[in-house]
Design a protein around this ligand. Structure first.
Ligand code: C2E
Ligand code: CA
Ligand code: CA
Ligand code: CA
Length: 275
């Protein structure tokens, strides 16, 4: 086995071939998951500290796998991206999320926004704009109630197409947020080229708040960036009252995290939060 080249391990190791079989079977299951109605969205509320109001929900995908149980996205999103299945999944997320948001709106929660996550692969589609814009329209929701979360890495590719798509989404009123902001890249230059509307402070900074001064300094800097660029700012991964207070002191008013509420199925998430 040793030194026999890159692929040989997979042929000879029972462990690797087991892993490969697992992957293949998961890929097959993933192909069928949409028609079998195995995906579910959980929703996590986003709060405004200042008003005490719930301002929106982030839709987080779950897969009710027939054998493996409820899977978090960490267990299958990468595979969905590699196989390209993610685009069909994203279509489903858009439809299902907007359908649910329409129900909440009809229930009197008219101010609620829906945030959902798209992958870089979604931006390779020529028809992404049409698909995103059509989803809220189909359910009688304004485009301005929808927020697309994308990661910094997509923006760093600096592809003209991606810039154009983000700009067109914004022109239709769709909000675009940079997820996990501050995590990977030291260059902020892309902010000048991308007309995004929000940034989401990565949860690692929130976690380290109170533990090291560096995290507070970075959040302080991000607050300044958001102000300078006129961007909405929200922090995620807020787990304690102390973190919420420190964030507010630093000037970050909007928050999401276990302290305010865990991601839950639609019928449970609004139970404790009345309009
Ligand atoms: P993300 O977009 O950064 O989502 C935040 C993750 O942190 C979620 O994990 C959420 O459940 C978790 N979280 C929320 N509050 C807290 C907190 O207070 N403390 C801690 N420790 N964690 C918290 P989840 O649901 O497992 O999702 C993981 C990632 O999967 C997401 O990260 C997102 O990148 C991706 N994802 C989720 N849904 C979708 C989807 O529909 N499409 C795509 N393409 N990706 C998705
Ligand atoms: Ca997100
Ligand atoms: Ca995030
Ligand atoms: Ca993340």
């Amino acid at each position: 086995v040793k030194n026999a080249g890159k692929n040989s391990f997979g042929f000879y190791s029972p462990h690797m071939s087991e892993a490969r079989r697992e992957r293949l079977s998961l890929e097959n299951d993933l192909q069928l998951a949409i028609e079998r109605r195995e995906f579910v969205l959980h929703y996590q509320p986003q709060f405004s500290q200042r008003s005490g109001q719930m301002i929106g929900m982030e839709a987080l995908l779950r897969w009710q796998h027939p054998r493996l149980g409820l899977l978090a996205p960490g267990g299958f999103i990468a595979l969905a991206e590699e196989t390209g299945l993610i685009c069909r999944i994203s279509d489903w997320v858009l439809q299902e999320g907007c359908r649910q948001l329409a129900l909440w709106h009809a229930d009197g929660h008219r101010h609620l926004r829906l945030a959902l996550n798209l992958s870089a692969r979604d931006f390779e589609r020529k028809d992404l704009l049409e698909r995103v814009v059509a989803a809220p329209a189909r359910h009688g929701i304004g485009c301005d109630r929808l927020e697309i979360e994308i990661t910094e890495s997509l923006l760093l590719d600096d592809a003209e197409d991606v810039i154009a798509t983000v700009r067109q989404l914004r022109q239709h009123g769709v909000r675009v947020a940079i997820d996990d902001f501050g995590m990977r890249y030291s260059s902020l230059n892309y902010l000048r080229r991308f007309p995004v509307s929000s940034i989401k402070i990565d949860q690692s900074f929130v976690r380290d708040l109170g533990r090291d001064q560096g995290a507070a300094s970075i959040i302080h800097a991000i607050v300044g960036i958001a102000e300078g660029f006129g961007l909405h700012l929200i922090a995620e991964g807020v787990e304690s009252e102390e973190q919420a207070r420190r964030l507010a002191d630093l000037g970050c008013e909007d928050m999401q995290g276990y302290y305010f509420g865990r991601p839950l199925p639609a019928d449970e998430v609004l139970e404790w939060a009345t309009p």
